[in-house]
Design a protein around this ligand. Structure first.
Ligand SMILES: Cc1cc2nc3c(=O)[nH]c(=O)nc-3n(C[C@H](O)[C@H](O)[C@H](O)COP(=O)(O)OP(=O)(O)OC[C@H]3O[C@@H](n4cnc5c(N)ncnc54)[C@H](O)[C@@H]3O)c2cc1C
Length: 549
């Protein structure tokens, strides 16, 4: 852990022991941790942020693989808390690539001098609650410790990368990288034999980029994923001007839609319109930028099996049109879930990459991987010799980053054990039985265009902390009956979506993580607007659903 002296944080009370002690500890220096820094400072809280990486940025610090970018419109993704920041920052592309997003987050950290309240290279491995003192003690990887009344997690939902469960990972003699632990120095694929395991969201972005320079690229696929064109473009000076003039309107639009993007479902049913109208609408959506095809589709595409089957047929036809080899095209069409029932990755030339002579799709259903060898990947059919091997094998979603910290509540109660089946949270911000542990983006919160949700959740948590400070409380926990009621609501809305039955990171399924084979309810699927109304009502009512002491 980088050395951190509490004296370096100006005007902070002196620690009571040699263990630095704060009112609040924040874990994570991504978009959540940075916004928490802004708001906690504003409230005058004595706090400190600890981050495992060597700088700010979270997802955009770690995921530096070729082609990495977000699918949110850039001008809906940034922070909205300061008009000056909105006006001075110029997004270069409508869907910002990772280097630009990281540059943006560095700009924000510099502008508000966030790093003064942060320690990097500080990975939290354990957190234990002292019931008598109402205090958390966190332990870092290097054995160092820090204490605080409140522990606030900004761990993100996609920050615990997973490697495939295949023997021989250590044997490979070439270069190997996980997409979410990509080196900070450029990686050259020029003329190299490259292999990539996985065809999820990160692979869908990386494959077309790597294919451009690799000597040969072997794509090892277990299950294909649905994907649709991103249609990214540079932002012209006229568009820049227009965006800056419309930030109020853009922000308001995010809060009118189902998932805080600019896209909102069409009120029509896919089953009510004529086949010609349906086709024309889908062609239009397929040719437009962003998530319209997913979130601006007919209202029943993600809720009605018949509507979803029609859309699935359309998307499959598109793949057949774009991929030259019909056998390869068939292999790229998912058969185990309908269109949009997993978080839809958007692509730029993904399907056309398979038309290149230097790209080969290796179907692991025909010949599964036996092991990684010194030379490459050995399937039951052959050994693929490689210079570079990329693990695009994703994340242990939502609960994974929490499972990697040994979190112990009163009486040694383990959060990981509690969450084996299902978390029992109150609005996803605190779990029953774990006092003073406040979460941003915890399970059972609304997601979507995530920074908007982060803002809402941080603001709610700040409201709770303000309430505690104003009333002299040092302890907060959910009323068990309120947490049970929230879980019931979460389950009720979850059942409405076809995606709730589909294994994916959003339902906490990861074939490479023991015990994570069955879908769990891990998000709030009632929409961001409804979620926001709920927590605003709770705040206005004086937080009666919480117990304070
Ligand atoms: C490839 C990719 C594409 C994405 N695209 C989009 C998109 O289009 N739109 C969208 O809204 N969202 C997208 N996301 C989700 C993205 O994670 C969020 O938008 C956002 O960055 C979350 O911010 P955060 O600060 O909550 O979490 P993160 O950015 O994940 O940051 C969490 C931080 O916590 C740190 N941390 C975790 N555990 C510990 C520990 N034990 N000790 C110390 N530090 C720890 C991590 O190192 C990390 O820096 C994407 C994610 C990925 C991976």
């Amino acid at each position: 852990m980088a050395s951190h002296s509490p004296a370096s944080t100006a005007a902070r009370p002196a620690p009571q022991s040699d263990i630095p002690t704060y009112e609040a500890i924040v874990v994570g220096g991504g978009i959540s941790g940075m916004y928490l820094t802004y708001r906690l400072r504003e409230l005058g809280v004595n706090f400190h942020v600890f981050e495992a990486g060597s700088d700010v940025g979270g997802t955009w610090y770690w995921c530096r693989y070729p082609g990495a970018r977000f699918d949110s419109e850039s001008w809906t993704y940034g922070y909205f808390f300061d008009e000056e920041l909105l006006q001075e920052w110029e997004w270069k592309e409508h869907f910002s690539p990772q280097p630009d997003t990281l540059e943006y987050l560095n700009h924000v950290a510099d502008k508000y001098d966030f790093r003064r309240d942060m320690t990097f290279n500080a990975k939290v491995v354990a957190a234990e609650f002292d019931d008598a003192a109402n205090q958390w003690t966190v332990t870092f990887e290097d054995g160092g410790q820090a204490r605080a009344t409140l522990l606030i997690t900004g761990l993100g939902v996609l920050s615990a990368p997973t490697l495939p469960n295949i023997p021989g990972l250590e044997d490979f003699q070439g270069q190997s990288f996980h997409t979410a632990r990509w080196p900070h120095e450029p990686v050259s694929f020029e003329g190299k034999r490259v292999g990539i395991i996985g065809t999820g969201a990160t692979a869908i972005q990386a494959i077309p980029e790597i294919a451009k320079t690799a000597g040969h690229l072997s794509v090892f696929q277990r299950h294909p994923n649905w994907s649709a064109p991103l249609h990214n473009a540079k932002i012209t000076p006229e568009e820049q001007k227009d965006i800056k003039a419309r930030y109020k309107e853009i922000y308001a639009r995010c809060w009118e839609t189902v998932a805080c993007f600019i896209h909102h479902p069409d009120p029509r049913s896919a089953l009510e319109v004529t086949p010609e109208e349906r086709e024309a609408f889908w062609e239009k959506l397929y040719s437009e930028p962003g998530f319209g095809i997913w979130l601006g589709n007919f209202r029943d595409v993600l809720t009605d099996e018949r509507a979803n089957a029609l859309m699935t047929e359309f998307a499959a036809r598109k793949i057949r049109e774009r991929v030259d080899d019909p056998v390869v095209a068939e292999k790229l069409i998912p058969k185990n879930h309908g269109f949009g029932l997993r978080r839809l990755p958007l692509e730029s030339g993904y399907f056309e990459a398979y038309n290149r002579p230097n790209v080969r799709l290796v179907d692991l259903n025909e010949a599964p991987i036996e092991r990684i060898t010194a030379k490459g990947v050995k399937t039951t059919a052959e050994e693929h010799e490689l210079d570079i091997l990329i693990y695009a094998t994703g994340f242990d979603g939502v609960t994974g980053p929490y499972d990697r910290i040994d979190i112990r509540g009163p009486g040694g109660r383990s959060l990981k054990e509690e969450w084996k089946e299902l978390p029992t949270t109150l609005y996803g911000v605190i779990n029953d039985g774990f006092p003073n542990l406040l979460m941003v983006l915890g399970p059972h919160t609304a997601r979507g265009n995530i920074p908007r949700n982060i803002e809402m959740l941080v603001d709610f948590n700040i409201g709770l902390i303000r309430h505690m400070r104003e009333n002299g409380y040092t302890r907060i926990e959910p009323r068990p009956e309120a947490a049970a009621e929230w879980l019931a609501q979460v389950k009720e809305v979850d059942a409405l979506l076809l995606s709730s039955k589909i294994p994916s990171w959003q339902t906490g399924v990861n074939q490479n993580v023991p015990g994570r084979q069955t879908p769990r309810v891990l998000g709030y699927n009632g929409g961001a607007v409804r979620y926001r109304k709920t927590i605003e009502k709770v705040a206005a009512g004086g937080y009666k659903e919480f117990k304070f002491g």
